[in-house]
Write a protein that binds this ligand. Structure first.
Ligand SMILES: Cc1cc2nc3c(=O)[nH]c(=O)nc-3n(C[C@H](O)[C@H](O)[C@H](O)COP(=O)(O)OP(=O)(O)OC[C@H]3O[C@@H](n4cnc5c(N)ncnc54)[C@H](O)[C@@H]3O)c2cc1C
Length: 362
């Protein structure tokens, strides 16, 4: 592996332009020759998506072109399809050589390639909400719950039904937070049905659509939104040099320096890692900090000693419930209402995230 040499800077290839990959290239761009490979032209702040569905102009700030913060690096808009010990292969036929590789492909999502098309998509979702009297939300994870909250607060006259296959909402946080969230949704007249699956292959068209549930019940609604978990972004690694580094869930096994186990020059950060903690964006940002520090250290010093270590984060999360309220799980307390709402729900950390990427918060 090369230290910074007479021939030029070390080559760092980062795959995945979510919050983890974007944070990393932002801090490494002047220290190395950086290439960012992402399947789309922009980074989207995921926790602002649901607000953008009820207020499409919100997406103008939460969808950011990679070129807005990547000022000294190369962007390749294509999907990575394989990786060797020396380079990353992309769907458009490029092979990007690297001295250091960072895998940050958290989850895959079938979203448009361009920012303008993505904003159009939010406008279309908004029209769908506006023109429906009754809306079915499929999935009671954070996405389904936040969407139900946004619609219930902005469009209280609409009938919202949320169907979840699990026995409680948002299993990624504790039962107390799930129970408080259920009470809040019910207080906003959202009908919540647990332990049921919606059969999306047998929707009957009519004045209203009829959706069959696994328990035999039928729900009538004008439209539905699918809010189920997105697949882990590691399918492109299954036949690669990293295939043996994937755990059973498809996550990359990393050491305390965030290097893929057994690899000297390959790091993984964000949701794709098997770090034993909640998968959260603010933790992905911390991963990026540690990996950037370590890559800079390896480039400058060339020695393994004194690499920064990552300590898993505690089980903390805030889920917004409309514009003013939220539910928060902190290490010793679970809160619902205006306090977590003040922390997250007004701006959904968009200004903060933009600042983190070196951009104006507005
Ligand atoms: C509704 C909701 C609310 C949330 N709220 C919060 C919150 O308030 N605070 C918080 O900290 N976290 C929150 N999270 C969690 C947070 O969104 C994730 O932890 C974070 O986005 C993970 O970032 P990432 O960069 O690791 O992965 P991702 O955001 O999944 O980004 C992965 C990137 O890799 C790209 N990619 C994937 N495969 C390939 C490939 N083969 N080639 C090229 N590119 C590829 C994708 O296009 C994407 O750009 C929330 C999540 C949800 C769903």
């Amino acid at each position: 592996m090369d230290t910074e040499t007479m021939q030029g800077k070390s080559r760092v290839c980062v795959v995945g332009g979510g919050i983890a990959g974007a944070s990393l290239v932002k801090s490494l761009q002047y220290a190395a020759d950086v290439v960012l490979i992402d399947s789309k032209e922009y980074i989207e702040i995921p926790w602002a998506q649901l607000r953008s569905m009820v207020e499409p102009s919100f997406a103008e700030r939460s969808i950011i072109q990679h070129t807005d913060y990547l000022k000294n690096g190369k962007l390749i808009v294509s999907s990575a399809v394989n990786v060797t010990a020396t380079g990353v292969l992309t769907a458009d036929g490029s092979c990007v050589p690297y001295d250091y590789l960072v895998v940050a492909t958290g989850h895959t999502d079938s979203v448009p390639l361009s920012r303008s098309l993505r904003i159009q998509q939010f406008k279309a979702d908004n029209e769908k909400i506006q023109s429906s009297d009754s809306i079915l939300i499929v999935g009671g994870g954070p996405t389904g719950v936040e969407l139900a909250g946004e619609i219930a607060v902005d469009f209280p006259e609409k009938k919202v039904t949320l169907v979840h296959s699990g026995s409680r909402l948002m299993e990624f946080i504790g039962p107390k937070a799930s129970a408080k969230t259920l009470d809040w949704l019910v207080s906003k007249k959202v009908e919540v049905i647990l332990n049921q699956k919606v059969d999306l292959h047998s929707i009957t068209e009519g004045e209203k659509k009829a959706y069959n549930l696994s328990g035999g019940e039928t729900i009538a609604a004008d439209c539905h939104f699918l809010c189920v978990a997105k697949p882990c972004g590691s399918s492109w690694l299954k036949d690669s040099v990293l295939k043996d580094s994937l755990d059973v869930q498809g996550r990359l096994k990393v050491d305390e320096n965030l290097r893929v186990i057994g690899q000297k020059n390959i790091f993984a950060i964000g949701d794709i890692t098997n770090v034993p903690e909640m998968k959260q964006g603010y933790l992905a940002e911390r991963h990026a900090e540690v990996a950037a520090k370590n890559i800079k250290h390896l480039i400058r010093v060339g020695k393994e000693e004194k690499l920064a270590m990552y300590k898993p984060g505690s089980a903390m999360a805030i889920v917004s419930l409309g514009r003013k309220e939220g539910v928060a799980q902190f290490p010793f307390v679970t809160l619902i209402g205006w306090l977590p709402g003040r922390i997250k729900s007004k701006d959904l950390f968009v200004g903060k995230t933009r600042k983190h990427l070196g951009l104006s918060p507005h």
